[in-house]
Structures are given as C-alpha cells and as structure tokens.
Design a binder for this molecule. Sequence first.
Ligand code: GCU
Length: 347
Amino acid sequence: MKLSKVILAGTVGLVSLSMAACGGGSSSGDSSGGGQQTVFKLAFNQTEEHPQYLAAVELGKKLEEATDGRYSIKVYPNEQLGTQTDVVQNLSNGTVEMMYIGGPVMEGFNKDFIVYNLPYVFDSIEAQQEVFRDQELNDELFHSLEASKNITVLAALHAGVRNVYSSKGPVREPSDLSGQKIRVQQSDSQVKMIELMGAVASPMGQGDVYSALQTGVLDGAENNETVYDSLKHDEIAKYYSYTKHLMIPDYLLISSKALEGMDDADREAFLALIPDTQDMADTGFLDFVEESKANAESLGAEFVEDVDTAAFKELVQPLVDESVNENDARKALYAAIQEANAAHPAS
Ligand code: GCU
C-alpha cells in the first residue's frame, strides 16, 4: 500500500489503512499505560553531538508522549548497527525500523534519487529546503520503494555543503586534485563526480575513512565540516578546501510495514511530529558546522577559501546534464530546483 496520502503531513486522518498491525519494532512491557511498548530502532552513523541524533532523540520522546507510551525510539549512533549500506538492507528486511541515510546510497534502490545528489545543483540552503519541503513534488520519489523494498522516506534533511579535504595540500583548482585518492559515498554518481573533478574515486563506508587516511590508502575525502572534525579526519588531512561541490540530503527512513502497523491515531501523531524533527535537525546543523570548523582550526586544520569553483563546476556539468535528462520524473525535480534557486539565489 502506498503511504503517501498518510504522509502528507498535516493531512492526517484522511486515509484509513486496512492493513492489520504487522510492523516491526521490539516490544517491552514498560509502556506508561502498563501495556506493551514498541521500540523502533533508529540507526545513525555519526556521533551523539550531531543535530540529527538530537532531533531523533527528541522525536522519540515526543512519540512516547503522543502515544501514551505505546511507541518509542532507541537511537544507535556511531555506526553501531553497521554502515548505511548494510543497515538499509536490514531496514528493508524488517530488523531495523528507522535510519538516517545519505542521499547517494538511495540511488542503489531508485536511480531517480540522483537528482538531489548532483554537484552544484542547489544555489542556497533555502532553495534546498524549499524543494525538500514540497511534499507534492517529492510524493512519487519518497514513496517509490514501499511495495518493493519496505522503505518509506519521511523527510529529506539539509546535510551541509561538501568540500574536498586532503593531506597533500590545498585544492584550489582541478590540477591540485589530479590523481589524488579521494573517498566518496557508495554510489555511481559520486564516483563519476570525483573522477570528473580529476581525482581517483574510492567509494567506502564512512567508518572506514579514518584508518584509510591514516594508512595512506586515501589522500583525502570530501564531506562537510562536521564529519571532518567529529570523525577526526582533521587530525590527518589538514587542508580543507571550499570546492563547495555538493549540497546533498540525508533522509530519515522508516520501514513501511512498521508505519503501516501503527494504529491510525498513533501513526497520525507520529507523522505530525516529523516537520519539527526536520526543522530541528536542519537548524542545529548550521551551528554544528561553525563549532566543527572552530575545533578543526584549533587542531591546526587550514580552511582554504580561494578555490576556483567555476572550474570544478564546468568539469562536472556533463554528469548533471546526462543524469537529469534521463526521464520526465528527473526533469521535473530538476526544474523545481531551478525555480527554488531563482527564488533563493546564493548569498
Ligand atoms: C555525511 C552524511 C551521512 C553520510 C556521510 C558520508 O555525514 O550526513 O549521511 O553517510 O556524510 O559521507 O558517508
């Protein structure tokens, strides 16, 4: 069953689901009402300081209140439940109910997710947020995996601006990156992107990056300032260069069956909490970037601002053109991005 009508947050109560309770979640007897409590496991690959972690904990508390203790969420940070590529399989199989996942990993299930993962497509955070909050626009994409994979996208979150960092030196222009072994997320789009930028792509899970940098398997990686600092990549790769090549989402996912398995009132209460979760994670992110940057600087990292971003943009443009012109669904998403960019240009 497609859950999109239910998920259109705010329009709660429109659809009554016929499916009997069949969702996941472990049960325990500690509900405040004295009955069973269902605990959704939520997997996260970063630290407890991250705003997405804090927003998930808050969501769990509010869910518990709103359902009189029938539901709660236990958040597992630091890749405790595995890499995103492993966890999403477990979510699909029904052994994990919720997770945050980087946009590119979703391309493995439906390639149309690529549009939001392309380099230099969003001009500003405001443009990105406008697109991600447009429920009608995203309806098809976010519910495309329910029947086949048991995956429902609850929200798309701002996950920073990604830049290249390296132990070799500043990257001010494409020739500086030439031949460097750079870690990317595990998807074809990310591999192609970094190759077009002139580097050698090394796709791997986030948890393996630190030791790969340490042993010289990698020269560098590309990510936002928060990962750079909180996963201690700044101890090794001292040059963080503002290539600004990506602004891509993280998604908050839930097992479709777990969602369907809630009774109507509990599900509605849960879905009504999602916009606040999205706002809390996004707002906290911007502060977290500043803190991470200050901390990295205090450890001796150098932030390089004078980067020829136009040169990198030109190199990756073929990937953008080829990817968005593939079908009408992608063209529509891309057109919406252009509209949002016009309304919210880069500052
Ligand atoms: C960011 C993003 C994660 C992603 C990670 C990565 O931290 O928030 O979802 O997994 O980058 O590069 O793997």
